[in-house]
Write a protein that binds this ligand. Structure first.
Ligand code: G6P
Ligand code: ZN
Length: 582
């Protein structure tokens, strides 16, 4: 058994180690500066209650992006230095963000104890590689991201750090499952490398009816396709879709996790999931004559998802509404009913309409998964989602890409349960159109202006807030731009009081609310790593069944024009078009 002594290493603070919505994300070149990662990790240990560190067990893994392997070895040694008793690592350092959440909540060690938290190494949907992004965040005992009280403390610690603790241990082989034991100052310290998928697969099997999905996937009328964009989702897709559910190996695209995501942008949307979008018949470069019936993608750490039907895009806002509307019937985990549902503010109100119909508790929270986590811990929310391609439930405390795919497959299987051998299956598009016919349709689009000068972006937002002081003035401008749109009846900055912990979050997005239920929302992204990203969300509600089948871009054109001119987008940003439209 190797042994080692705790070493105190002198260090000095780095600027800018403030964790954002989802931890600290920076370029690899920033993270690889001597002591940069160490400072952040030590600041995290110092921010946690000591019983969550000393003698505790931690999970350390991530989406496998460039620099993860080195980071894992550094954190293992520092964990030993800080008195952690054991570290759990997914094989090859891979665990999706939802799988980390599941492991923290569910996995039990040989001594009967669980993990007290996790370091997740990911920059989510941002590209990876030597010149791209790396990230680290800490999740708590409930499997959810650290609350602001902790992240603020971490940040404060990073500004004052003088030393970090580590032990010179040999590198641990994380490529094979197994336990390595070290002696550290008379005590034992273990590193347990385990199969990345098994805990997560077990959890999914306890939620969904795998047999009914298997039946659906075996129908010759149903064709399926999943794109992991070379993220960690590939490791789970193979196990779940192919080995457990019998999908063909050829239905998996880009399912080998890569450190640089194959050079791509591992973000499941219509812009970045190019190959899948083409395969589903949704792009001009359509390569297949007959696209699959169902397609889905996940991001680098597999918490985000995109759901597609044959030549058909399901907006994330519709996706969560449809899952909520069908969960009780189609998904065994929800068979006793939903505790409540929730969406983030910029997400369309499709979920609100379902909640009203089904008489469910409903919450509108600021952008960021942590707000859902609080509701879930309080037993108030079962299903939730965000326009930013995040969907999930209270089975864990992170959004969950593979879960969303399984939820959709369950719904499709349920809709076809008496029809699986029939001529024509109920399709994704049928399900969505039927939903619109029942609940009305929320036309929806999001314009992103990435890497805008931060000062200019602030000015644009300030000018929008300024305008809000006079609704008559706003309406005069709006009518001058386009007389077809409804009156603006409300304008504010979204503010949220957490009904569980009472905390208040201000300035969570600028809203313009129209008389017919349409909305314009402007927000600055909290996840970018360069400059500022302005997000513009545009939504219009249509109840009239004869008007629910228009092209979204055409239906929204008047509101888009109003939004761009009202905000003076081009004037402030110098951009004549958004970087990405979703
Ligand atoms: C992360 C969070 C999501 C959130 C998203 C918003 O993915 O986990 O909960 O919706 O960031 O990102 P943005 O760039 O719009 O702040
Ligand atoms: Zn992600």
């Amino acid at each position: 058994m190797s042994s080692g002594q705790i070493k105190r290493v002198q260090t000095t603070p780095f600027d800018g180690q403030k964790p954002g919505t989802s931890g600290l994300r920076k370029k690899v070149k920033v993270f690889t500066q001597p002591n940069y990662l160490q400072n952040f990790v030590q600041s995290t240990f110092n921010a946690l209650p000591s019983d969550k560190v000393k003698g505790a067990r931690l999970v350390v893994s991530g989406d496998g992006r460039y620099f993860s392997k080195e980071a894992i070895q550094i954190i293992i040694k520092m964990a030993a230095g800080n008195g952690v008793k054991s570290v759990w690592v997914g094989q090859n350092g891979l665990l999706s963000t939802p799988a980390v959440s599941a492991v923290v909540r569910e996995r039990v060690g040989a001594d009967g104890s669980k993990a007290s938290g996790a370091f997740i190494l990911t920059a989510s949907h941002n590209p990876g590689g030597p010149n791209e992004d790396f990230g680290i965040k800490y999740n708590m005992e409930n499997g959810g991201p650290a609350p602001e009280s902790i992240t603020n403390k971490i940040y404060e610690n990073t500004t004052q750090i003088k030393e970090y603790l580590t032990v010179d241990l040999p590198e641990v082989d994380i490529t094979k499952p197994g336990v390595t034991t070290f002696e550290v100052e008379g005590g034992t310290f273990t590193v347990d490398v385990f199969d990345s998928a098994s805990d997560y697969v077990k959890l999914m099997k306890s939620i969904f009816d795998f047999e009914s999905i298997r039946k659906l996937l075996s129908s010759p009328k149903f064709t399926f396709c999943f794109d992991a964009l070379h993220g960690v989702g590939g490791a789970y897709a193979k196990r779940i879709f192919v080995e457990e559910l019998g999908a063909k190996e050829s239905s998996l695209l880009n399912c080998v996790p890569k450190e640089d995501f194959g050079g791509g942008h591992p973000d499941p949307n219509l812009t970045y999931a190019k190959e899948l979008v083409a395969r589903m018949g949704l792009s001009k470069s359509n390569t297949q004559d007959e696209p699959p019936e169902f397609g889905a993608a996940a991001d680098g750490d597999a918490d985000r998802n995109m759901i597609l039907g044959k030549r058909f895009f399901v907006t994330p806002s519709d996706s969560v509404a449809i899952i909520a509307a069908n969960a009780v019937e189609a998904i065994p985990y929800f068979s006793t009913g939903l505790k409540g549902v929730a969406r983030s503010m910029p997400t369309s109100a499709a979920l609100d309409v379902v909640a009203k119909h089904l008489n469910l508790k409903f919450f509108e929270v600021p952008t960021g998964w942590k707000f859902f986590g609080n509701l879930m811990d309080a037993g108030l929310c079962s299903v939730c989602g965000e326009e930013s391609f995040g969907t999930g439930s209270d089975h864990i405390r992170e959004k969950d890409g593979i879960w969303a795919v399984l939820a959709w497959l369950s719904i499709i299987a349920f809709k076809n349960k008496d029809n699986i051998g029939g001529d024509k299956l109920v399709t994704v598009e049928d399900i969505v159109r039927k939903h619109w016919a029942t609940y009305g349709r929320h036309y929806y689009t999001r314009y992103d202006y990435e890497n805008v000068d931060a000062g200019k972006a602030k000015d644009l937002m300030a000018s929008l807030v300024n305008l809000q002081s006079s609704l008559p003035e706003v309406n005069k401008i709006v009518k001058g731009i386009c007389s077809d749109v409804a009156n603006v009846v409300g304008a504010d900055e979204f503010e949220y009081k957490d009904s569980v912990d009472g905390s208040i979050s201000k300035h969570q997005g600028i809203r313009y609310l129209f008389e017919d239920g349409s909305r314009l929302v402007f927000r600055l992204s909290g996840t970018g790593s360069e400059g500022a990203t302005i997000r513009l969300y545009i939504e219009q509600y249509e109840k009239d069944p004869s008007k629910i089948s228009r092209e979204s871009s055409e239906a929204l054109a008047p509101l888009v024009e109003v939004a761009l001119k009202l905000s003076k987008m081009q004037e402030f940003t110098g951009r004549s078009a958004p970087t990405v439209i979703t």
